[in-house]
Design a protein around this ligand. Structure first.
Ligand code: NI
Ligand code: MN
Length: 230
């Protein structure tokens, strides 16, 4: 096993790659889907896909407490340093660019969404994450996004595991997420960003049946707190 991804709920993930601990979009405090606490989070790196409060979440507090390095777009990194995060603890990237970290090569991808920060500051463009682990596994986190045809380009890289939003209203809903699976053609897909609030309630098992009837992709429905390992 080279990578273990735990879905903490909503769009918050905890990754373990060869002993490195990574948090993605650590929205823990105030997240009705998450059972973990921000105070207990142990982490070496935090990745933030966009500026919305349900994604930036506890980034600042966890980074300050743990000394974790924060990876995000240039604008969000600048905002975090203005909030008091040490520059040495940051790594700005931008869409289309990747960098090799101890846990693999992390590239930011496009996402069609907003990225304003909690205080209204400009948060640049929202992103997805394409992670290539040291042993070559490719994991795609779409982030908050609508359907876009360039998902086909992401799929051309050969995706082992994809996490796609299905909640509708703020992101793709089940119909467009199914079309996304057809464009990306991952080995395995996991639905996320649903059921956190009533407005994004979905039936993930019904979606999984459609995925497996209409595509060659395996759909793994997991509950908050559960993991998927490759
Ligand atoms: Ni968002
Ligand atoms: Mn969101």
């Amino acid at each position: 096993m080279s990578i273990q991804v735990t879905w903490l709920g909503h769009a918050t993930f905890s990754l373990k790659v060869d002993g490195h601990k990574i948090l993605i979009d650590p929205f823990i405090t105030g997240n009705p889907a998450v059972k973990a606490t921000a105070e207990a989070a142990e982490v070496d790196f935090i990745v933030v896909t966009h500026g919305h409060s349900d994604h930036v979440g506890d980034t600042l507090a966890i980074a300050k407490r743990t000394g974790a390095t924060v990876i995000s777009n240039f604008e969000i990194i600048n905002w975090l340093t203005r909030q008091g995060l040490s520059e040495e603890q940051t790594h700005p990237q931008h869409i289309g660019g990747g960098f090799t970290y101890p846990f693999g090569y992390l590239k930011l991808t496009i996402a069609h969404h907003g990225s304003a920060l909690p205080d209204g500051s400009y948060g640049g463009n929202p992103a997805g994450i394409l992670l290539t682990t040291p042993d070559g596994k490719k994991v795609y986190f779409a982030g908050d996004t609508g359907l876009f045809y360039d998902m086909k380009l992401i799929g051309e890289e050969g995706i082992d595991l994809a996490f796609l939003p299905i909640g509708d209203n703020f992101t793709m809903g089940p119909d467009d997420a199914l079309r996304a699976v057809k464009l990306i053609a991952p080995q395995v897909v996991v639905p996320v960003h649903y059921d956190t609030w009533d407005i994004i309630t979905q039936d993930p098992h019904a979606w999984a049946r459609r995925v497996e009837q209409e595509t060659d992709t395996t759909c793994a429905v997991i509950s908050p707190g559960e993991s998927y390992a490759l």
